[in-house]
Design a protein. Structure first.
Length: 315
C-alpha cells in the first residue's frame, strides 16, 4: 500500500541515524543517537530499539518493517553482522536481537551500509531509472554497492562490491584489512590526510596547511577551495586512484552510472569526479564507458537507503 511506512536505521561508528520513511522516500520524522560502540553490542542494540520504538509510536500510518544498514561484513540472509571492525562487533545477530526487544512486532532486515545506500539511490535518488548502478561512499573508509536489475548484488558469501579493498599497489600503504595498496588507503578521509602529509613533508613553504599533525580531510578540502597547491595535488592524486578503481568496475560491470556519495565524496566531488573521469578515459575501451554517468548522490539521509530494504523485501 502506498501509505505504508518503513523505518530506516543507519548505524555508524559515532551516531545512529533513524528515519520514518514513505514508499516515495520522503522522511517524515528522524531520530539521532550516539552509537557509543565501546559500551558493547547489546547497548547499541538497545539504542537502535529506542529509536525504532519512538518513531513507530508517532507514525501516522502503519509501519511495515525496519531496515538497518551497518558497516562491515554482513550476512543479510540471516540478519547477522559477521564482522564490523569500527563497531568492535563479531557475529552479532542484529535482526533477531532488535526484533525480540521491540515494543511492537516488526520484521527487520539488515545489510551493509554501502549496499543500502546504493539501494536508496536506485530507489529514490541519482540512480533511479538506470541499470546497472554502482554507488560509492567516500568517508572514513571507501564503501560501494552494486544494483543490477533493481536488486543488490551480494555475491556467494555476501561480500561483493568491496571496491575499497581492491589492491592496486601490492607494495603500497598497509590497509586495516591486512593487505597493502587497497584503494581505501588513498581514497578516503584518512587516505587524503596521509597523502597531504606526505606532500607537506616535501613542500612546507607554499601551503595554507601549517599543522600536519592535526590535519583533517575537511581542512584539506577547505585549503583546496582556497587554491592551496598542496591540497589540490593531494586531491588530484586521490582522484587518479578513484579513476583507476572506476576503470576496473567499468571493465567488469559496464555500469550505466556511478553515484558518488559519503562525507568526502560530497565535499570534494568537484575535484574527485572530473579527475576520476579523466583517469578512467585513459584506462578503458571507449564503448564500455561512452554512456557512463558519474553523478553525485541525491539521497541525503543515510537512513532512507536502509528503509529501502523494507520496500525491496515487500516488492
Amino acid at each position: 500500500m502506498s501509505d505504508e511506512l518503513a523505518i530506516g536505521i543507519d548505524v555508524g561508528a559515532t551516531k545512529i541515524a533513524a528515519a520514518l520513511v514513505t514508499r516515495q522516500g520522503a522522511v517524515l520524522a528522524e531520530e539521532r543517537l550516539a552509537t557509543a560502540p565501546k559500551a558493547g553490542a547489546e547497548a547499541v542494540v538497545e539504542r537502535i530499539v529506542t529509536a525504532i520504538d519512538r518513531l513507530a509510536a508517532g507514525a501516522p500510518a502503519a509501519v511495515c518493517g525496519v531496515g538497518i544498514g551497518t558497516p562491515g561484513y554482513v550476512d543479510p540472509a540471516n540478519g547477522v553482522v559477521r564482522n564490523a571492525v569500527n563497531l568492535g562487533w563479531q557475529e552479532v545477530a542484529l535482526a533477531s536481537q532488535v526484533q525480540e526487544r521491540l515494543a511492537a512486532p516488526l520484521p527487520v532486515w539488515v545489510d551493509n551500509d554501502a549496499n543500502v545506500q546504493a539501494l536508496g539511490e536506485v530507489s529514490f535518488g541519482a540512480g533511479r531509472g538506470l541499470d546497472p548502478v554502482v554507488c560509492v561512499t567516500i568517508g572514513s573508509g571507501l564503501g560501494s554497492g552494486i544494483v543490477v536489475n533493481g536488486r543488490l548484488v551480494s555475491g556467494a558469501t555476501h561480500s561483493a562490491a568491496e571496491m575499497g579493498h581492491l589492491s592496486l599497489d601490492p607494495d603500497g600503504r598497509p590497509c586495516a584489512c591486512g593487505l597493502r595498496g587497497c584503494v581505501e588507503t588513498v581514497v578516503s578521509g584518512p587516505g587524503l590526510v596521509t597523502t597531504a602529509r606526505e606532500l607537506l613533508a616535501r613542500d612546507y613553504h607554499h601551503t595554507l596547511m601549517t599543522n600536519p599533525a592535526a590535519l583533517s580531510a575537511e581542512e584539506v578540502v577547505a585549503a583546496a577551495r582556497r587554491e592551496d597547491s598542496v591540497a589540490l595535488e593531494a586531491l588530484e592524486y586521490t582522484a587518479r586512484w578513484l579513476g583507476i578503481a572506476f576503470a576496473a568496475l567499468v571493465a567488469v560491470l559496464n555500469p550505466a552510472a556511478i553515484v558518488v556519495g559519503g562525507g568526502l565524496g560530497h565535499s570534494a566531488y568537484d575535484w574527485l569526479a572530473p579527475g576520476a573521469q579523466a583517469e578512467l578515459a585513459r584506462r578503458v575501451v571507449h564503448p564500455s564507458y561512452a554512456q557512463l554517468q558519474i553523478v553525485p548522490s541525491q539521497v541525503m539521509s543515510s537512513a532512507v537507503g536502509a528503509a529501502s530494504l523494507v520496500w525491496q523485501a515487500r516488492g
